[in-house]
Design a protein around this ligand. Structure first.
Ligand code: SAM
Length: 255
């Protein structure tokens, strides 16, 4: 019963476009940019706190996968403050480009690159993933951490990533997902519905940002549904790997 109440509370139809501020005068893209600009100063702190640091192990896992092809040019789409980009430094590439629509998030990333003296390798570029300023077949590998869920036009963004990736290049996409096991899903629902929005609001001072998160996860295609979209867009050798009891999904694919 309690499970049903909680699940119904966060139940959003799959087809609904979930936006951060439900503001009809702004596109989803504009609202997403505004939201991440608002929370940029607290993003890293809250990310590690709310995932109990597990997000680091998810990125490491994904970097290990793209590392198998020894990429020299890496693109991190929806890089935010650059944690995925910095994780890829372990692969010793020539260049990592962190690409994002939020200048606030990028500025935090730029500062981290300067402080860690990695700014010669890690470069941050502002723009929209649905139309990137890079030539076709530029990157050996692409990573995206918790970004595709925020795209306004998912297939357009995925196609654009495919375009800028070299033939046989690899992509690793991480996304928050809903666990299959009923008991895990029960605790996950309580956490996502009550704990996460309360802690997020308290520290970020943005009342919507951390309630948008569970809503957008609920509305986003999960597992096989996302695999089917990757296939439709033109990716090959697609593999879906649930991580940490299915609370995160890693999708890997090739061009
Ligand atoms: C949840 S954060 C993830 C940041 C980082 N990848 C990580 O692993 O922590 C999502 C990021 O996606 C970016 N984003 C959303 N839509 C975008 C778009 N259309 N083009 C580029 N970046 C976008 C947001 O600005 C935000 O920084």
């Amino acid at each position: 019963m309690l499970f049903d109440i909680i699940f119904t509370h966060i139940c959003i139809p799959m087809s609904t476009t979930v936006t951060p501020y439900n503001d009809a005068s702004k596109t989803k893209k504009e609202q997403v940019e505004q939201m991440f600009d608002n929370i940029a100063h607290r993003y890293d702190f809250l990310n590690h706190l709310l995932s109990a640091g597990i997000d680091r192990s998810w990125r490491k896992n994904a970097v290990k996968h793209i590392g198998e092809i020894k990429p020299k040019q890496i693109l991190d789409v929806a890089t935010g403050t650059g944690d995925f980009a910095f994780e890829s430094l372990s692969l010793n590439p020539d260049k990592i480009v962190g690409f994002d629509i939020s200048e606030g998030m990028l500025n935090v990333g730029r500062q981290k690159a300067i402080e860690s003296k990695t700014d010669k390798i890690v470069e941050f570029v502002k723009g929209d993933s649905e139309g990137m300023p890079f030539a076709t077949d530029t990157f050996d590998a692409i990573t995206v951490g918790f970004g595709v869920r925020n795209f306004e036009h998912l297939e357009v963004g995925l196609k654009e990533m495919l375009r800028v990736m070299k033939p046989n290049g690899r992509v690793a996409i991480l996304e928050v997902s809903q666990p299959h096991n009923a008991l895990v899903r029960f605790f996950y629902s309580i956490y996502f519905t009550y704990v996460l929005p309360t802690v997020g609001k308290l520290f970020s001072k943005d009342a919507r940002a951390y309630s948008y998160l569970p809503e957008s996860v609920k509305a986003f295609p999960q597992g096989q549904a996302f695999v089917d979209i990757l296939k439709k867009v033109g990716y090959k050798n697609i593999v879906w790997t649930p991580l940490t009891l299915g609370t995160c999904a890693m999708y890997t694919a090739e061009k």
